[in-house]
Design a binder for this molecule. Structure first.
Ligand code: FAD
Length: 409
């Protein structure tokens, strides 16, 4: 094994976890990780939260500092874009022409922010929220009193709105659908977050259709119906495009992500993949899924690392996610699609903490908790078990959830 070389493409959280776990599991060969960005692997969640709000330093985002990678003999090469995989020769080639041979290859290429396909949306003051460089560019515009338009009412847009509002920026958030977070949660949760943003001063609008951008740099956005919103800059948060081109060009199976089996191997047994770029089987969901979450990047990355070291373990997990906006922490577990009953614990109209449980045929399949870490902890257990709990008891706040968890176990 000591003769072998593992090459990782993509220095995000999935990539570094795969490299580090292979080492932890006793892999003694060479480990080289290539990243297109200049920074060592870093955590993205704080980008739209503490880093944008100016309360976190760049170094605090690093998953592993260069000195620690060196200590574990993980060779990190930054500013290095891998442009080609030659599967027959088992080599990769970089944009600058350098090449590197591998015994096992890991694709952890993540994704890139979806661009708004509209004339004018490529102007100099239109930004996305994906990298440290993106946030630096946005921050340069975030002086108190400045006006920003955020396009997209998903997690990234809402978190960006909260952080920029904290900096004194006047934010207008435009969502095309009838409510924010429409793809991931129930209307009562969307309404709660819409209210929280409006109360904090965000001009949040739903059902909005953008007609065009004026100027470069953009000075105003026009809406269908004729309204004109003047702005100093624009932030677009309309989703992610998985980086699959490298895999696709190499002839690997790609279908809404790089397709992997339960051992995280691609259609080439010497090439694994992990993180946002993968379409992987999930026993809990009963099908294939592509997730965009840190938990998946970390755990799938570790699963790859274990399998690279010869463990041959299937990857299995119940998905969970979180989002911080203002003083609110939303935590979600499971996938609520297909639920036939919703149970609310607490009062979203009057309180800033409550939980929503999703049942299907009586079984708990998902839960969303707002600023209720204890409830979330128990919900994770209940969802993992597919617990059957009397909805009336679930809604009854006089019965501690802990008691119901024990009863269901
Ligand atoms: P990425 O983080 O995308 O890393 C992939 C890396 O590979 C990138 O650095 C890319 O440049 C590099 N790369 C791609 N192609 C090549 C190539 N050909 N050659 C070399 N390098 C290449 N998730 C949560 O669970 N909770 C949150 O609160 C949360 N908040 C978020 C906030 C923001 C602003 C963003 C952007 C994401 C957030 N996420 C959150 C999602 C989470 O950060 C991602 O799911 C996670 O970072 C995925 O990790 P990854 O390693 O798979 O991919």
């Amino acid at each position: 094994m000591s003769e072998q070389t593992i090459v990782v493409v993509g220095a995000g959280q999935a990539g570094i976890e795969a490299a580090a776990e292979a080492r932890r599991q006793g892999f003694t060969g060479r480990v080289v990780i290539y990243g297109e960005e200049p920074q060592p692997p870093y955590k993205r969640p704080p980008l739209s939260k503490a880093y944008l709000a100016g309360t976190a330093t760049e170094e605090s985002l690093y998953v592993m500092k260069p000195a620690v990678m060196e200590k574990h003999q993980i060779e990190f090469v930054g500013n290095a874009r891998v442009t080609k995989i030659d599967r027959a020769a088992k080599t990769i080639t970089l944009a600058d022409g350098r090449s590197q041979s591998y015994d096992k290859l890991v694709l952890a290429t993540g994704g890139r922010a979806r661009a708004l396909p509209m004339p004018g949306a490529d102007a100099s003051n239109v930004f996305v929220l994906r990298t440290i460089a993106d946030i630096e560019a946005i921050k340069a515009h975030c002086q108190p009193g400045k006006r920003a338009v955020i396009i997209g009412g998903g997690f990234i847009g809402l978190e960006g709105a909260a952080s920029m509002t904290k900096l004194g920026v006047h934010v207008t958030l435009l969502e095309g659908l009838p409510r924010v977070l429409a793809r991931v949660t129930v209307p009562l949760m969307s309404e709660f977050f819409e209210r929280a943003h409006r109360e904090a001063g965000v001009d949040l609008r739903t059902n909005v259709k953008i007609a065009g951008f004026e100027g470069n740099p953009v000075t105003a956005i026009t809406l269908e119906g004729g309204e004109r919103i003047e702005t100093d800059f624009v932030v677009v948060g309309i989703g992610l495009v998985a980086n699959v081109e490298l895999a696709q060009d190499a002839g690997l199976t790609v279908d809404n992500g790089i397709v992997v089996n339960q051992y995280c191997a691609t259609s080439d047994p010497d090439i694994y993949a992990a993180g946002d770029c993968t379409n992987h089987p999930n026993v809990f969901l009963g099908g294939n899924v592509r997730l965009e979450s840190v938990q998946n990047a970390l755990e799938q990355g570790r699963a790859v690392g274990r399998n690279l070291a010869g463990k041959n373990e299937p990857y299995h997990m119940v998905p969970w996610f979180w989002s911080d906006q203002f003083d609110l922490k939303l935590q979600m577990v499971g996938v609520s699609a297909g639920h036939d009953q919703v149970v609310v614990r607490g009062n979203p109209q009057t309180e800033r903490n409550f939980a929503v449980f999703y049942l299907k045929g009586g079984k708990m399949i998902a839960a969303d908790a707002v600023s209720r870490p204890q409830d979330f902890m128990h919900a994770k257990k209940l969802v993992a078990e597919g617990a059957v709990i009397d909805p009336a008891k679930l809604a009854d706040e006089t019965l501690p959830l802990k008691m119901l968890t024990t009863a269901a176990a």
